[in-house]
Write a protein that binds this ligand. Structure first.
Ligand code: C5P
Length: 232
């Protein structure tokens, strides 16, 4: 199994997308569009990417009643989205509805617990389980409900692989090449570590977008991934 790169297009409007994509090598084929850009630009955020033959990871973290989420999945599918995120804590019926609505046209992956939350935050929303147990339980629920995989922190990849086997897609943000600034990321791993632990995709934003030579930064990360054997 090899690990691929998804570049996080964390830009405020769609006008900036062509500039970013043109700076990066053609081998970067997957881009993440998140809440900021999608809220600003809507489906227009995807037009340039799809026209350029790129794949789109639409990170909207859907969490609503099953019917609404199912309909949003259909809308995303019609836009040509390749991977879409939902919150695992939307529950089994919502996750099953999302999986069914995807009609295998796109992959749905679940976020378990936001990495901004800690054990105390869980207590304040009434969750008594240990954070780690809660993350694993939600991950298992998502995959049992028919989703294709999960977004997880680099610290969780190995246990999810051990628990769920090699099939699920595991997407890992919080990646910093050795020597890069951590920024606001606390739980970080290098591309090599994430690949060795069994990530299917790493999501990288600032270490590429803010590099003095973004194209070279992306090429170095891809080379690092290609040189790494995964455990899964
Ligand atoms: O710039 P950086 O490489 O930290 O960007 C990582 C991307 O992944 C951002 O778009 C960020 O919102 C997203 N993300 C994250 N940590 C999570 C979930 C998503 O950094 N736990």
């Amino acid at each position: 199994m090899s690990t691929a790169l998804i570049v996080a297009l964390d830009v405020p409007n769609a006008n900036q997308i062509p500039d970013v994509v043109k700076q990066l090598p053609d081998s970067v084929s997957f881009y993440k569009v998140g809440l900021e850009l999608y809220t600003a630009a809507g489906p227009a955020a995807l037009t340039f990417l799809k026209d350029a033959g790129k794949k789109v990871f639409l990170d909207l973290k859907l969490h609503d009643i099953p019917r609404t989420v199912a309909r949003a999945v259909t809308s995303a599918s019609n836009l040509g989205v390749d991977i879409l995120t939902v919150h695992a804590c939307g529950g089994r019926a919502m996750l099953e509805a999302a999986a069914e609505a995807s009609k295998n046209q796109l992959d749905i992956v679940a976020v378990t617990v936001l990495t901004s939350l800690d054990q105390t935050d869980l207590e304040t929303i009434g969750v008594k389980r240990e954070l780690r147990d809660h993350i694993l339980a939600l991950g298992k629920l998502a995959v049992e409900s028919g989703l294709q995989g999960l977004v997880c922190s680099p610290l969780e990849t190995r246990s999810f692989r051990a628990e769920l086997g090699s099939d699920p897609i595991l997407i890992t943000p919080g990646i910093r090449p050795a020597g890069a600034a951590a920024g606001d990321q606390k739980r970080i791993a290098t591309p090599t570590m994430a690949a060795a632990d069994g990530s299917s995709y790493i999501v990288v934003g600032r270490p590429i977008l803010e590099a003095s030579d973004p194209g070279l930064a992306a090429e170095q990360i891809i080379a690092e991934l290609q040189a790494t054997e995964t455990v899964a």
